[in-house]
Design a protein around this ligand. Structure first.
Ligand SMILES: NC(=O)c1ccc[n+]([C@@H]2O[C@H](COP(=O)([O-])OP(=O)(O)OC[C@H]3O[C@@H](n4cnc5c(N)ncnc54)[C@H](OP(=O)(O)O)[C@@H]3O)[C@@H](O)[C@H]2O)c1
Length: 371
């Protein structure tokens, strides 16, 4: 038997430290079913939606049985290494790195067994690094966070609008320094799309943040105050569009309220507003005249829904992202890591997660597992 630990909860609280627990369990590698694969964790990022689920303000993941208890297992993103493969499984090898295909798997656990052939996802994992491919340069830093934010950025840029391949067109995004936004910047640079990143101003690290965003590929970095000003709406941004001769075709929103209203103001005719997050619950407002005049289209984006509707879309996106990492066209964005040594006590495991969660309000945190 192999001992495992998982971060679990059975009730919700806005202070997640009050409800998170650790549950110990065992997996039986010797009696693995022919259609099962045993996994060992390598990395677990802490994402905003993971915390919203534990707080009870987002869809609650399904209840799972662990050591005879009904629990929710935390987390929706995780990188795992294959420990053992059932005899009926093909296309995977021991030591391959994989991520889970569907969210709500409950990724915050040291070990897991996945079963192939389920109706929902017949192949429930996606290979990101083939243990037989000796020339692969993919690192834990890259693969550990490949499952949620990079595919979101990729699909946001690919799914709605056709951009000129010669560099005239523009995207604007609020929460312009988020992890998703940083991947949008890199991909947009690769595809010759200009991006305006809107960030919150007045913070002590503003200069360093702007420099980081320009280095990742931002064409312009502006503050919320500037974005919401008449001058940027009527003169400055139209001037930038005139310089390239393109259109501002896509506005990416993960904030809401006045921040989003300004994005709509900046969009060109026939533009798309795509909302994929809500850092505030403030309503979005625009007039019918503005919608008519601009022929505005508004859409909602959700990676989870896209993946449930078409599980292979995630595999295709991840394959493309792996290629971009392998070719050096994509870099991991910086994050802080908290290490957990497999076999250390279960209370240590919980402590590492609570630590990573606390720090995630100021910085992306990833729990890295050491053998
Ligand atoms: N729909 C999907 O499938 C999908 C997938 C992935 C992520 N998401 C969503 O995308 C968003 C970003 O995720 P992430 O992991 O990239 O987040 P992150 O790295 O934690 O960044 C969050 C960003 O939001 C900004 N922010 C927070 N409150 C704000 C406010 N009141 N006004 C303006 N900006 C505010 C922060 O600005 P500062 O830098 O100033 O602190 C920060 O840049 C989240 O809402 C997440 O749930 C959605």
């Amino acid at each position: 038997m192999t001992n495992g630990v998982a971060i679990t909860y059975t009730s919700h609280d806005l202070d997640v430290s009050k409800v998170l627990q650790v549950t110990e369990f065992e997996i039986d590698l010797v009696n693995l079913e022919p259609n099962q694969v045993a996994l060992q964790a390598l990395a677990n990022p802490i994402n905003p939606s993971d915390l919203l689920q534990i707080k009870g303000v987002y869809t609650t993941p399904k209840t799972q049985q662990l050591s005879g208890k009904d629990v929710h297992i935390g987390g929706n993103e995780g990188l795992f290494k294959i420990l053992k493969i059932g005899k009926d499984i093909s296309g995977f090898n021991e030591n391959d790195w994989v991520i889970t295909k569907l969210s709500n798997f409950g990724t915050w656990r040291s070990h897991a067994i996945v079963t192939f052939g389920n109706e929902e996802a017949p192949v429930p994992i996606i290979k990101v690094k083939d243990s037989l491919r000796k020339d692969s340069k993919l690192t834990i830093a890259e693969a550990g966070t490949i499952g949620v934010n990079p595919p979101t950025a990729y699909q946001l840029l690919q799914n709605y609008v056709k951009f000129s391949p010669t560099g005239e067109d523009w995207v604007i995004q609020n929460a312009g320094a988020s992890q998703v936004s940083k991947f949008v910047l890199q991909l947009a640079k690769h595809w010759k799309i200009n991006v305006i990143s809107v960030i919150r101003g007045g913070k002590p690290n503003q200069k360093a943040k702007e420099e980081e965003l320009y280095a990742l590929g931002a064409t312009k970095v502006i503050t919320e105050e500037q974005s919401q000003s008449e001058e940027y709406k009527t003169k400055i941004i139209p001037g930038w569009l005139k310089e390239t001769g393109g259109k501002l075709k896509l506005a990416l929103n993960s904030v809401g309220g006045a921040s989003t209203n300004a994005l709509i103001d900046h969009l060109s005719t026939d533009g798309y507003l795509v909302s994929y997050g809500q850092m505030t619950t403030d309503p979005i407002q625009y007039t019918s005249a503005l919608q008519l005049y601009k022929n505005l289209t508004t859409k909602a984006y959700w990676l989870t829904r896209n993946t449930y509707e078409d599980p292979e879309s995630k595999t295709r996106t991840i394959d493309s992202l792996v290629e971009l990492y392998e070719s050096g066209d994509l870099q991991p964005v910086s994050y802080s890591q908290v290490e957990y040594k497999l076999g250390d006590s279960s209370s240590d495991y919980l402590k590492r997660f609570l630590n990573a969660i606390e720090n995630s309000s100021s910085d992306k945190n990833v729990v890295i597992y050491k053998d």
